[in-house]
Every structure is written in C-alpha cells, then in structure tokens.
Design a binder for this molecule. Structure first.
Ligand code: MF3
Ligand code: CO
Length: 251
C-alpha cells in the first residue's frame, strides 16, 4: 500500500514521458473534426506514440483492444475506437491516452468539441478542466489526499454537475496504476500524506446529470445511466516542495 517516492533520475524520466504525451495530445486535438471515425483517432494516436519510440500503455491492458480510449457524448471513459463510429458536429469527444518511455508511464485525458457545440456542453468541458486545476491547488507536500478529492468534488457540485464515483485517479510510475487510488469525491478519511516525489494521475470524470454509470456489453465502455453528457480531464502531476508540477502539459 506504500506510495512510491520517485528519485531525481525517475522524475527526469517521468518528465520526458509526460512531455511526449503532452505533444501527442496537442496533435490529437488538432486532428479532431466532424467526419473522422473514433478508430482514425486511435490509429493516428498510436502512430504518434510509436513515432516517439514509446509504447502505448493502454493497448492490451487488461485486454483493452486499443491505444487511445475514445469516448463520445454520454460515454464517460474507456470507449473502444471503431471505424463505424463517426464524429459529427456538436459531439464532444474525450481522449484518454498514455505511454511508456524508458519504463516510465504517463497518462492524460482531454475532452474536445467536435465543430460547434452547445453552450451547455462547452460549460461542462470547462468546469471539468477547472475542477482539476482547483483540486491540484491542494496537491502540496504536507496536505492529505482527501484535500484534493474534496476540492474537486465541491467545485463540480457547486456548478451543478456530478462526479463519477465508480472510477478514480491513481498513482503512476513504473506501472500505469500504482497506489494510492484518487477518488474525485470526498473520502471518509483524509488519505495519505502528500510528499515530494509522488507522481499522481488526477482525473475528474464529470456528468452533466446523475453520477451513476453503466458498462456496455463490450465490457469496457462506461456510459452515464441517464444518457447525459460526460467530460474527462486528466494530467500526470509531481508533488514537489512547492507547487505541483504538471508533467503532461506543454510549458
Ligand atoms: N486513464 C485511464 C486510467 O487511468 C485509462 C486506462 S484504461 C485502459 O485508468 F484499460 F484502457 F487502459
Ligand atoms: Co488514469
């Protein structure tokens, strides 16, 4: 259950893994447009990742069949890319991607508009992203994990949305999923004490309606039970002696 503390050497590699993933996401963001399929996104994303001599860490993870999780509209996370699933104007699409660089993992997610989208959908995407930035204001050595969790939860609820409870963020490093689990909702305990050298993937998943979700028969795709839209925003961060460092954003 111990949370690993990365050495300076490991942190340098995590920075590289994060920077490459930030570049992959930037390219994927530019690629989004009406008419492309969700499989086109996966194919392009895998090519980008391998172009950096990295390995897509989601591919075959617990049997997941693709490199990029592509989740459209009411799909929350873990959507499976498919050639028959064509993006259309007005959709929102969440891209979750990760990679391994010299043995170290990075993990990040963004939700994009497809063409022109409704004001409501724009607000959902914005609040989801902002909930991450509110949460990581608490990601400082000496604070406890729940300080992050409850801040995200409070921010999302304040804006009238709900956080998904079935899926959580996580520690990350030589494995995609390390301790601790990082819920996006208030825990009953304060959780581990944050220390410099911890690397964490913080990933609010926010529903416009109710928090409840279902899993489709493909055994992967998580969808909102009430059919409302859902957005996702994730970065891999480093706890330092000062402000957290966001490893998967371009500086
Ligand atoms: N970002 C997700 C996570 O942290 C994606 C991994 S799920 C996978 O859990 F199975 F598709 F890889
Ligand atoms: Co993750």
């Amino acid at each position: 259950m111990a949370v690993s503390i990365k050495s300076e050497r490991e942190i340098a590699l995590m920075r590289d893994a994060g920077k490459i993933l930030a570049e992959v996401h930037a390219r994927l963001g530019e690629y989004i447009q009406p008419g492309i399929s969700t499989l086109d996104i996966d194919t392009f994303g895998e090519k980008l990742i391998r172009g950096y001599h990295c390995v897509p860490n989601f591919l075959h993870y617990n049997g997941y069949p693709a490199s990029i999780c592509v989740s459209v509209n009411e799909e929350v996370v873990h959507g499976i890319p498919h050639s028959g699933h064509i993006l259309k104007e007005g959709d929102i699409v969440s891209l979750d991607a990760g990679l391994i660089y010299k043995g170290y993992h990075s993990d990040a997610a963004r939700t994009y508009p497809v063409g022109k989208i409704s004001k409501e959908a724009q607000r959902l995407i914005k609040v989801t992203k902002q909930s991450f930035f509110q949460g990581i204001k608490m990601a400082r050595a000496g604070n406890h994990l729940n300080d992050i969790c409850k801040t995200i939860h409070g921010y999302v609820n304040y804006h009238g949305y709900s956080v998904v409870r079935d899926l959580v963020g996580h520690g990350i490093g030589t494995k995609l999923h390390e301790d601790p689990e990082i819920p996006n909702f208030t825990m009953r305990r304060r959780g581990v004490k944050l220390r410099p050298g911890m690397t964490l993937a913080i990933e609010p998943m926010v529903n416009m309606g109710d928090w409840k979700v279902d899993r489709l028969e493909d055994d992967w795709t998580v969808v909102t039970r009430d059919g409302s839209l859902s957005a996702h925003y994730e970065n891999t961060i480093l706890i330092t002696g000062d402000e957290p460092e966001i490893l998967t954003l371009l500086k």
